[in-house]
Design a binder for this molecule. Structure first.
Ligand code: GDP
Ligand code: IMO
Ligand code: MG
Length: 435
């Protein structure tokens, strides 16, 4: 295991509170690296009264001395990145080529990807829709795999190549979109003008980030890998086809950042104390009732990127154990525990049953229509948002954490009891500088 490196990945359906935990750990790091997804992510960080919602720029941007990297595995949207970067600068955050670097090999999200995302979702029948964020993620990764219709961040630095590629790809896309969706043709020249300007704005940040990171690995410089989405949304291992289009578990770090598997470091698996999901797809512990509504309101469970209400339900230890094993999580960070305050008795799903038979092994392809096996735990009513140590938590909250540790067979390193930086209880963590 590489010395001081840490990987933070979500073990559920995203929105586990990665922004807050990455920010907490980033103070000890030299690099913070996004390796998957794109502007479909929405990572919230609270710094005092200031709330930041980051989509493409890694959360380390809010810490001094951190170099933030958008890795080759990211679907990089230069228009969103430039908007985000400018908004950060307007709020007094320094963002320069010193603290933000973008991989030359990152695939670029272009206007036609966002258009296709929207058109294809609209054309799908009910029950077939994925419920994407409409950020062009799926179409961008499709073109990456297709190669001849893809633009890479390196191309943004070369106006002639960029213009030529845009003109030839727009021709293809216009033909397809017109035939499939009866769409109006896109104006290639307007796109050339806009993206040439974006290339000029961002060009000095686009470089060989893989080389930079491998040098950091060789020098034992600490790196934090910031996951996007959550394990159940992984394109290979999630609830396909209701997934995103990249490898979002710790397995995606080496290829998405360009470092050897041995440099992934300590894997912190992030879980929220219950479950949420945005978009379509199976969600066995969903509570489409008063309980789910109460969780949504207490946890303010509305999408950071799209504002959509999140589907809410009980903690699913059966699904999360699969994600723990897949990412090889060494420890867990448990977030949003305070949201369960006052909910009465709490349930944790420990297994699935199909036709009265217990499922032996979790299988993301066999989640529809399963019956959940629940364990009931006592709840608590007192406010825990001011607790600074595990011992200050009410006994019922302690039991809940202990049971999660038992079921997942991993220590809970950190417990988050509120969105603020100082609302974090350091428990059984092995992460250097925290324990
Ligand atoms: P991410 O995508 O995993 O970074 O998570 P999001 O930012 O999309 O959603 C998490 C939300 O929960 C944000 O609004 C955070 O400010 C908030 N949050 C994070 N940790 C806690 C916590 O322990 N308690 C509460 N109440 N809110 C939290
Ligand atoms: P963070 O990093 C929650 C979901 C979408 C949809 C599916 C596919 O904030 O946890 P896409 O636009 O990627 O093609 O949508 O994936 N999704 C997320 N859900 N949090 C995210 O990111 C997500 N990123 C994508 O809602 O169901
Ligand atoms: Mg989010």
């Amino acid at each position: 295991m590489s010395g001081r490196n840490v990987t933070v990945v979500g073990l559920q359906w995203g929105d586990e509170g990665k922004g807050k935990i990455v920010d907490a750990l980033a103070g000890h790091m030299r690099y913070v690296v996004r390796f998957c997804g794109g502007a479909n992510a929405g990572h919230t960080v609270l710094v005092g009264d200031d709330k930041f919602a980051l989509h493409l720029i890694p959360c380390g941007v809010l810490r001094q001395g951190v170099c933030n990297i958008v890795g080759n595995g990211v679907a990089f949207d230069p228009a969103t990145a430039w908007g985000e970067l400018s908004a950060l600068r307007d709020r007094g955050v320094t963002v320069t080529s010193e603290n933000l670097r973008i991989s030359t090999a990152a695939s670029v999200v272009m206007p036609w990807h966002k258009l296709q995302d929207t058109l294809s979702e609209a054309a799908l029948a009910k029950g077939k829709k994925i419920g994407t964020t409409a950020r062009g993620i799926g179409p961008c990764y499709s073109d990456k795999a297709n190669r001849t219709t893809s633009i890479r961040a390196a191309d943004l630095k070369d106006p002639a190549i960029l213009a030529e590629k845009i003109r030839s790809i727009v021709k293809i896309k216009n033909t397809i979109f017109s035939a499939l969706y009866d769409a109006e043709p896109m104006d290639a020249e307007a796109i050339v003008t806009e993206y040439t300007q974006l290339g000029e704005n961002l060009g000095d940040m686009i470089c060989n980030t893989g080389g930079l990171l491998r040098k950091a690995v060789a020098d034992d410089t600490p790196i934090l890998f910031e996951g996007g989405q959550g394990s159940m949304l992984d394109v290979d291992h999630g609830t396909y086809p209701f997934v995103t289009s990249s490898n979002v578990t710790a397995c995606g770090v080496p290829s998405g950042a360009g470092i050897p598997p041995s440099a992934v470091g300590q894997v912190v698996g992030l879980i929220k104390a219950y479950s949420t999901r945005v978009g379509e797809g199976p969600f066995p512990t969903e509570q489409d009732n008063e309980i789910g509504n109460a969780i949504r309101e207490a946890g303010n469970e509305y999408g950071t990127t799209t504002g959509r209400p999140r589907r809410c339900g009980w903690f699913d230890a059966f699904a999360v154990k699969f994600a723990v094993d897949l990412s090889g999580a060494n420890e867990l960070a448990l977030s949003l525990l305070d949201v369960l305050t006052g909910m009465g008795e709490l349930k944790i799903c420990t297994g699935y049953r199909t036709n009265g038979q217990d499922q032996e092994m979790f299988d993301p392809a066999a989640m529809s229509g399963v019956e959940c096996v629940y364990e009931t735990l006592p709840g608590w009513d007192c406010d825990i948002t001011g607790c600074k140590t595990f011992d200050e938590l009410p006994p019922e909250a302690q039991s809940y954490v202990n049971r999660v540790e038992e079921l997942l067979a991993r220590p809970v390193g950190l417990i988050s009891v509120g969105p603020e930086r100082d609302q974090t209880i350091v428990h059984h963590t092995q992460v250097e500088g925290l324990g």
